[in-house]
Design a protein around this ligand. Structure first.
Ligand code: PGA
Length: 256
């Protein structure tokens, strides 16, 4: 399986800044056959960047999309409009769950819309600090995982990527802490077990599981060696070009 390095730029960079970043990244990137390097710029930048990007080297991801393909939904952008511009879409990020109040039901419809439009969904799941403290992590992970996948058929499961992001480990969280390899390994194993129980062992083989939460160039190597982790979802460190390139180089070394 490939190793995924996904940069989530969130609400950062103008279109011009995003384009300059992409230009520099394309020039600097080491060859990386076994890796899939993805960046998720703001929706506004996706169209121009889709003309600029070399998809053999870097793929684009949306940070969100709407679950209906067209209609009277003021302000939304649909996956059918994103089709052709992006290969991936981040869906159910904790900022969309907790700041923008998206539910598992919304997220399930978005995952289905993404697949319908041939865009690979990166379904984000993760517990908040108090849920972990009260021993609710397993239930939250199972609910968000099966809730988000509730409209995905057995055949389509291998077209989905899961990203485990403990919300308390995300760099913007109030009292952000680093997740330990053991904490991550335990949840990743639970994710795989839950998928196996629901979809059967065969369906599970092709499903990459990524980790995200304060990943940077000094801890990326360690996180990539956690059993069951197939890649990283990176927020703030991906905004610094040299950091992002270092992470990609580290990933290449770890996987070599
Ligand atoms: P972070 O963000 O790397 O800044 O913690 C990760 C994310 O929110 O996807």
């Amino acid at each position: 399986m490939k190793t995924y390095i996904v940069g989530n730029w969130k609400l950062n960079f103008t279109v011009g800044e995003a384009s300059i970043y992409l230009h520099k990244l394309l020039k600097a990137l080491p060859s990386h056959r076994e890796m899939e390097v993805v960046v998720a710029p703001s929706t506004l930048a996706l169209q121009p960047l889709s003309l600029q990007v070399d998809r053999h080297i870097i793929k684009l991801s949306a940070q969100n999309g709407f679950y209906r393909d067209y209609g009277a939904y003021t302000g939304e952008v649909s996956f059918s409009q994103l089709r052709g511009l992006v290969d991936y879409a981040i869906i159910g990020h904790s900022e969309r769950r907790y700041v923008l109040h998206e539910t598992d039901k919304d997220i399930a419809k978005k995952v289905a819309a993404s697949l319908r439009n041939r865009i690979t969904p990166i379904l984000c799941i993760g517990e908040i600090e108090s849920e972990r403290a009260f021993g609710e992590t397993k239930d939250v992970i199972r609910d968000q995982l099966l809730g988000g996948l509730s409209e995905v058929s057995d055949d389509d499961l291998s077209k989905v990527i899961i990203a485990y992001e403990p919300v308390w480990a995300i760099s913007s969280a109030k009292s952000s802490k680093l997740a330990s390899p053991d904490e991550i390994a335990e949840v990743v194993a639970l994710i795989r077990e839950t998928l196996k129980d629901t979809y059967g062992a065969k369906a599970l083989e092709g499903v990459p599981v990524l980790f995200g939460g304060s990943v940077n160039s000094s801890n990326a190597g360690g996180y990539l060696t956690v059993p069951g982790v197939n890649g990283l979802l990176i927020g703030s460190a991906s905004l610094i070009l040299s950091e992002f390139i270092d992470i990609i180089e580290t990933a290449k070394r770890v996987r070599a």
